[in-house]
Structures are given as structure tokens and as C-alpha cells.
Design a protein around this ligand. Structure first.
Ligand code: SP5
Ligand code: ZN
Length: 354
């Protein structure tokens, strides 16, 4: 299994976020990566490969040019206006309001949907580094690897084409899935030749709202997400079972919202339903948005999974028999995060080996 590392991730280390109306220490820390690297080395995985950051041309396949321009310059404009770091909005252009202001505060509200995506000086460089790792993982599958793991930080599945939020700035998994899909159409950006190509399976505790929205009208990428029911959990406004895709994409989005407190057995039953939908679709490649905030001790999660569940999840995913890229998303129970990641990846490769 090839492992690709976002080597510039440490440039992003916001001091705080606003969670449920309170300022708290940022949960999505650089330490998450060191813990995972240590656990992978202990489990005898090969050393990670440091990759080049994604270029603007890479990012424009999924993100809008104006959003990328914002991300690249938000920090310097905020500072030039005399505002204190980090960049964080306090107003939003809700329906009916005007969008004429060029103030950095107005831009922050246009391009950020919550208070968990603060921008520092190095945030864009870190995000490009994470995107580069995911794209390198996609390239590895195109070159014939059965499995790759992109150790991405910051994570990506909440980031939409033109919005940051939920610790995410660039949608790493979507960039990888899009590259894999394009490889089958000769790079045709109009998707004239739509055929089942890629499935994205999102097993983070939170709904992958960004990934869903990016592929919502496409049928060459099936998006499937297992997550805490948005009726009681973040991101609240997306992730319900009746969201099935639109236009040509109708029928190519599946949400499996889950109740609070579910255990290993209940989770694995729901996972089987998701895997069956992917098998029915018949993709050539699989991208897994691998979040570990489903763990029982996660400070942001509400499920009851044990470490043993991640081995079963890895095995079940490998049983699809698809070239598979695992992309790191959430997971905030620091003590167990490394072990949980190594356990899932070991489950996948052990199934194939044995
Ligand atoms: C990538 C990722 O996992 N992002 C998650 C961002 C979640 N941010 C807001 C969570 C609000 C949680 N409310 C506390 C629930 C404690 N059980
Ligand atoms: Zn999450």
C-alpha cells in the first residue's frame, strides 16, 4: 500500500474554533498526523511519500476560480485591513441580502459556511499539500496500485466547490474522484461520455456535504455517505435520505443517516447496504473518505464503534475488489486515532493477501 503525505499540513494550526457558540481549542490538530504516522510505522507500513502540492489547474477541476482566488489571498487581505488572525466570518449573505461589498469580512462570509474553518497565513499552502496527496493517490490507482492511502490534513469532505467549513478548505476526495473519472473520458470536461466510473464511500461520522454537492448532478461518480443523522448532528442542513441526486445525477447519491449510539454490529449492517449500492453501480475505482470520528471515545462523535470495527470495515471494503484510495478525513480521539487508521488499512490489505 502506497502512502502519500501532505507534508505542509503543519502550516495550518488555528488556535481556536467556535463550536456550539463557545470558543474551544481547535480539534483538528497537526498532532493527528504525527499520531497516525507513528502507528503506521509501528504496524510496518512503508514510509510515506511526500508529494508536490496541487496546482491551481488541478484544483479548478472541482473548485471555482473565484473561491480559489479567495483562499489564496484571504489572509493577506484580512491582515492588510488591520484585522487580527485568523480569518473567520461573523456575517453571512443569507438570501435577500446584497453581495456588493469587497471587504475581507464580506468575502469570509461568502466563502465559509461555519466557524470551524479559520484561515491562517499557511492555510492555503497546507490545503494544497493535502490535495496533492489525494491526487497522487489517484495517480497511483491509475498506475495499477490496488490500494493507496492519502494522509490528508486539513481534511476535505465538507468543502464544496466554493465554500470552506468543518475544518475543510479543498475537497481532497472529490479532487481524487474527479481525476479518476476524467481518466475514463479522455479528460472530457463536458462528461459527454457518462458511464459508471468512480464511487465515493464516505465513512466519516459527519455527512460529506461538500462531496455530495460537487457530484450531485453527475452520474459518473456515485456518492454514498454513512453518517450521523443530520436531524440531530452537524452539518444539519444536508445529508438526509431523500437526497438522491439531480438531473443526470438523479439516483447517484445515497445517504444512510444513522441513529446516535450505534455499535459495531449495527454500523456494519448499514455499511453492507452502502457497499451493495456500490457493487450494483459497478465502478472501476473506489475513493473512501475515511473518517474515524465514529469511534466511541471521539469528542465530536456520538457512535460507539470499537477499534475492532475498523478491521471489519477494511475487510468489507476490500471485498468489493476495487482499486481503492483511502483519503483521511476526521477523527479526533487522538490516543486511538493512529491505531484505528492502521487497523482499517491492515484489514483491507490482509483480506487481499489472505
Ligand atoms: C472533517 C470533520 O470531521 N469535520 C467535523 C466538523 C464538525 N464541526 C462541528 C461539530 C458540532 C458538534 N457538536 C458537538 C457534539 C458533541 N457530541
Ligand atoms: Zn467528521
Amino acid at each position: 500500500m502506497k502512502i502519500f503525505l501532505s507534508s505542509e499540513h503543519h502550516l495550518h494550526h488555528p488556535p481556536f474554533e467556535i463550536l456550539d457558540g463557545r470558543s474551544v481549542a481547535y480539534f483538528e490538530t497537526p498532532q493527528r498526523i504525527s499520531i497516525i504516522l507513528t502507528a503506521l510505522a509501528t504496524a510496518d507500513f512503508p514510509p510515506p511519500i511526500a508529494v508536490a502540492p496541487a496546482t491551481l489547474a488541478d484544483l479548478q477541476t472541482v473548485h471555482t476560480a473565484d473561491y480559489l482566488e479567495y483562499l489564496a489571498h484571504a489572509f493577506e487581505r484580512w491582515q492588510a485591513a488591520g484585522l487580527a488572525a485568523p480569518v473567520l466570518p461573523s456575517v453571512w449573505p443569507l438570501p435577500g441580502l446584497r453581495m456588493r461589498s469587497d471587504c475581507p469580512q464580506a468575502a469570509a462570509g461568502r466563502y465559509t459556511f461555519d466557524l470551524s474553518a479559520p484561515i491562517m497565513e499557511g492555510t492555503f499552502a497546507a490545503a494544497c499539500s493535502a490535495a496533492g496527496a489525494a491526487l497522487a493517490g489517484a495517480d497511483a490507482l491509475l498506475q495499477g496500485e490496488r490500494f493507496a492511502y492519502a494522509l490528508c490534513r486539513p481534511p476535505g469532505h465538507h468543502a464544496a466547490a466554493n465554500m470552506a467549513g468543518g475544518y475543510c478548505f479543498l475537497n481532497n476526495a472529490a479532487l481524487a474522484a474527479d481525476r479518476l473519472a476524467r481518466s475514463q473520458t479522455g479528460g472530457d470536461a463536458t462528461w459527454a461520455l457518462r458511464a459508471p466510473t468512480v464511487a465515493v464511500l464516505d465513512i466519516d461520522y459527519h455527512h460529506g456535504n461538500g462531496t455530495q454537492s460537487i457530484f450531485y448532478a453527475r452520474n459518473d461518480v456515485l456518492t454514498v455517505s454513512l453518517h450521523a443523522d443530520p436531524a440531530y448532528e452537524y452539518p444539519y442542513y444536508l445529508g438526509y435520505a431523500d437526497e438522491r441526486g439531480t438531473g443526470a445525477g438523479e439516483g447517484y447519491n445515497l445517504n444512510v443517516p444513522l441513529p446516535s449510539g450505534i455499535d459495531d454490529r449495527q454500523y456494519l449492517v448499514a455499511l453492507d447496504q452502502a457497499l451493495q449500492a456500490i457493487a450494483d453501480y459497478g465502478p472501476r475505482y473506489l475513493v473512501v473518505s475515511a473518517g474515524f470520528d465514529t469511534f466511541h471515545a471521539d469528542p465530536l462523535g456520538g457512535f460507539a464503534l470499537t477499534t475492532a470495527a475498523y478491521r471489519s470495515i477494511g475487510v468489507a471494503i476490500a471485498q468489493l475488489g476495487l482499486p481503492t484510495l483511502f483519503v483521511q478525513e476526521g477523527g479526533y480521539a487522538i490516543e486511538a486515532l493512529g491505531t484505528n487508521v492502521a487497523t482499517l488499512l491492515t484489514g483491507a490489505i490482509t483480506y487481499v493477501a489472505g
